[in-house]
Design a binder for this molecule. Structure first.
Ligand code: F6P
Length: 377
């Protein structure tokens, strides 16, 4: 709870960018100035700006015309965790806890409350700062839609639109060439993008990190389709998909990153195996950062606006140490301690999985073998 009168608030965007961040920055700034008369300070490049005093005052003019822009006018980074900040000494990287430096800077700048816009990593950091006495309000963002405590994050809708257009385009070429086409989408541990894109695009096979796959089962599905006269197959695959008992496909390790593993390439692995097992020519596309770039969808512009606006209301009402979440179409206060508990995965009994299975969509493993039915993996 904020005990004194709020005069100045800070805002930062941290972690991977996503469409809708500017809508939040705009809403925070305008609402804070117009409705509450607060001053707003924007930190550059997430916690990096907080640690090294790179910030600027945000005025109405600064945020005018940014609603439709992708990315973030404040910049961001996923390499500046104040509790594990990479410091180079004698050509070696050591990780240091610089959180006190961040807290001191907030005090020097007389920031009464900090709005942290980010995914699970950023919001966990926000939680730690809040435990050290910093007044913080979180706003959930990520294309992955996997933040705990909220039904939806902005960025997700835009990513699904882009990926679905990808599936639509792959459909026509797959059908013409009688090929297997695999679209690899983002989603390290949570398969929301693959699930929604697969269903929206009419994919034939959807692979999620939550359901380890059996490639021979997928091959069987493709052969059955062929027997029924369908000579092509579309797969929508999360980057975090993995075979039963197997591992995720790592594309690279990011030096200095507090989360160093970057996934990518599982569609190559699956493609080669399927080509061998079915004899059908296979191609794959890794959609990557196209899902995160460009203009936000109307839904994400609206959600970003509402979340930013609510975050400022929370501050005015004295609520901190919490995130603005969406529950059953209402905006709710979610304790950051709950948000910091990990990622929100796709539940195996999600109705969309059940509906998709009922339509004959293959998830790489039959429902009766899934953990829900009690046989392990
Ligand atoms: O968390 C968002 C996300 O886009 C993931 O889906 C993806 O695995 C990761 O970020 C990519 O990170 P980077 O932008 O550092 O390559």
């Amino acid at each position: 709870m904020l005990k004194h009168k709020v005069r100045r608030i800070g805002v930062l965007t941290s972690g991977g960018d996503c469409p809708g961040l500017n809508a939040v920055i705009r809403a925070v700034t305008k609402k804070a100035i117009f409705e509450y008369g607060y001053e707003v300070v924007g930190f550059k490049d997430g916690f990096e700006g907080l640690l090294f005093n790179r910030h600027r005052k945000l005025s109405e003019n600064d945020v005018s015309g940014i609603l439709t822009l992708g990315g973030t006018i404040l910049g961001t980074t996923n390499r500046a965790n104040p509790y594990k900040y990479p410091v180079e000494s004698k050509s070696k990287v050591e990780y240091k806890d610089l959180s006190q430096q961040a807290i001191n800077n907030l005090r020097k700048l007389k920031i009464d409350c900090l709005i942290c816009v980010g995914g699970d990593g950023t919001l966990s950091t926000a939680h730690r700062l809040s435990c050290q006495g910093v007044a913080v309000v979180g706003v959930p963002k990520t294309v992955d839609n996997d933040v705990k405590g909220t039904d939806v994050t902005f960025g997700f809708d835009t990513a699904v639109h882009i990926a679905t257009e990808g599936v639509d385009r792959l459909h026509t070429t797959a059908e013409s060439h009688h090929r297997i086409m695999i679209l690899e989408v983002m989603g390290r541990t949570a398969g929301w993008i693959a699930l929604y894109t697969g269903v929206a695009g009419g994919g034939d096979v959807i692979l999620l990190p939550e359901i380890p796959y059996d490639v021979s089962e997928i091959a069987q599905h493709i052969k059955t389709r062929k027997r029924k006269g369908k000579h092509f197959t579309i797969l929508v695959v999360s980057e975090g998909a993995k075979p039963i008992g197997g591992k995720v496909t790592v594309q690279r390790l990011v030096k200095d990153g507090s989360e160093p593993i970057r996934l990518g390439g599982v569609s190559f692995v699956i493609g080669q195996e399927l080509e061998k097992l079915t004899g059908i020519e296979t191609r794959n596309v890794v959609l990557g950062h196209l899902q995160r770039g460009g203009s936000p969808s109307p839904f994400d512009r609206i959600l970003g606006t509402q979340l930013g606006s609510k975050a400022v209301d929370f501050i005015a009402q004295g609520h901190t140490g919490c995130m603005v979440g969406v529950r059953d179409d209402h905006f709710v206060k979610v304790p950051l301690s709950k948000v910091a508990q990990g990622s929100r995965l796709v539940p195996l009994d999600h109705s969309l999985i059940q509906d998709a299975r009922a339509l004959g969509i293959c998830f790489g493993r039959q429902a009766r073998h899934s953990p829900l039915f009690g046989d392990g993996q």
